[in-house]
Design a protein around this ligand. Structure first.
Ligand SMILES: NC(=O)c1ccc[n+]([C@@H]2O[C@H](COP(=O)([O-])OP(=O)(O)OC[C@H]3O[C@@H](n4cnc5c(N)ncnc54)[C@H](OP(=O)(O)O)[C@@H]3O)[C@@H](O)[C@H]2O)c1
Length: 333
């Protein structure tokens, strides 16, 4: 077995997209395992927009410290164990960081979740549909409280979270309209996932098309983007509409998060609720069970974009901001 651990170290806080040198590939020796520790090989990394937020400064989690391994959620397999809770071959998800190996110590049971091997189900499902994104969609839709025949609009709709949100909206009986950045993504949403309409926000007349796609106004905005997209959606909302404020990706690579029009919130008596997935840890298992059932019965489809190689992780993070992914973006280490 190798004795080297490749790691991506945060060297500088990016300005805009991640530039070469912001994250640097380094090698360190694998430590000798002590009693109470286990060594896990990282197989897949979840690539999430919030990683760019963690690189920038303190937010709902402290910023990643310059000189440390870049924080990331991942899927890993135990390759050696002197830990009472883990044996060789066990599989876990948790904050592995952007690296080949992670040492799990005594406290790991609180921060790493063991995951089962399910026949015919890929390991990567624990990062997407049954991981960060399916769970985010699930709890965000609890906040949105969708009712039959209401109109739901979701932005970044062809991404990992948005694509699940829209399908939950269909399960709840809503009219679902997605906003995405290419015609191919829009076709996937309407032809494969059952969205009622999908609008490419890069077309010059997208605002008129969005207005035409919501003849009864918008009851729910599941907001992933912020900025001009969010303000356009808010302008089409019905009185007493609900906004599940999940993310503001249009502002993550700039200093400007884009301010939502509070006047629209006031005049339309909207209820806006932000949420962070980590607040719902105690109910992850219930939510994953429901999401798994929906997948098993064909009510939810998921899709992945896989990038190969740990060294490609910085480029993969940038893909989230240039729209290079459809569905869940994963690095296969
Ligand atoms: N609150 C929470 O706990 C939580 C948890 C997970 C994720 N989130 C948030 O959910 C959102 C989606 O995350 P995800 O992991 O599912 O990523 P994702 O949607 O799979 O990927 C991001 C997508 O956003 C779109 N995008 C990027 N920049 C944009 C811009 N300036 N304007 C419009 N669209 C843009 C791109 O698609 P296009 O081709 O369509 O532009 C891109 O593919 C993010 O805001 C993220 O921070 C929040």
């Amino acid at each position: 077995m190798t004795t080297v651990n490749r790691q991506l170290i945060l060297r500088a806080r990016p300005k805009g997209l991640i530039a070469s040198g912001d994250l640097q590939l380094a090698e360190s020796p694998l430590p000798e395992l002590k009693g109470g520790q286990a060594l896990a090989r990282v197989k897949y990394l979840s690539i999430d927009p919030t990683m760019r937020v963690w690189m920038a400064g303190d937010s709902y989690l402290p910023a990643v410290v310059i000189g440390e391994v870049m924080r990331a959620f991942g899927f890993a397999e135990i390759v050696e164990s002197r830990h009472p809770d883990y044996k060789k071959g066990d599989r876990v998800t948790g904050f592995t960081g952007l690296q080949d190996y992670i040492v799990l110590d005594a406290s790991a049971s609180q921060s790493f979740q063991k995951v089962p091997k399910i026949p015919f189900v890929s390991d990567t499902v624990f990062l997407g549909l049954l991981g960060i994104n399916g769970l985010t969609a699930f709890f965000g839709m609890e906040i949105a409280q969708p009712k039959k025949d209401e109109t739901l609009v979701v932005s970044a709709a062809a991404g990992a979270t948005g694509s699940i949100v829209g399908q939950i909206g269909k399960i709840r009986g809503c009219r679902v309209v997605g906003i995405a950045g290419t015609d191919d993504k829009c076709n996937w949403l309407t032809k494969d996932l059952g969205f009622d309409a999908a609008i490419n926000y890069k077309h010059p007349d997208w605002k008129a098309k969005l207005a035409a796609a919501v003849p009864n106004g918008i009851d729910i905005d599941f907001e992933n983007v912020g900025g001009e997209i969010m303000n356009t959606v808010l302008g089409l909302m019905n009185l007493h509409g609900r906004v599940a404020l999940c993310g503001l990706i249009s502002g993550y690579t700039t200093e400007d998060r884009g301010v939502a029009s509070l006047e629209t919130v006031l005049v339309k008596r909207l209820r806006v609720e932000g949420f962070i997935l980590l607040d719902h840890v105690s109910r992850f298992m219930d939510a994953a069970t429901q999401l798994g059932q929906w997948k098993m019965f064909g009510k939810i489809k998921d899709r992945e974009t896989i990038v190969e190689g740990l060294e490609k992780a910085p480029d993969a993070i940038n893909m989230l901001f240039t729209g290079g992914n459809t569905g869940k973006l994963i690095v296969k280490v």
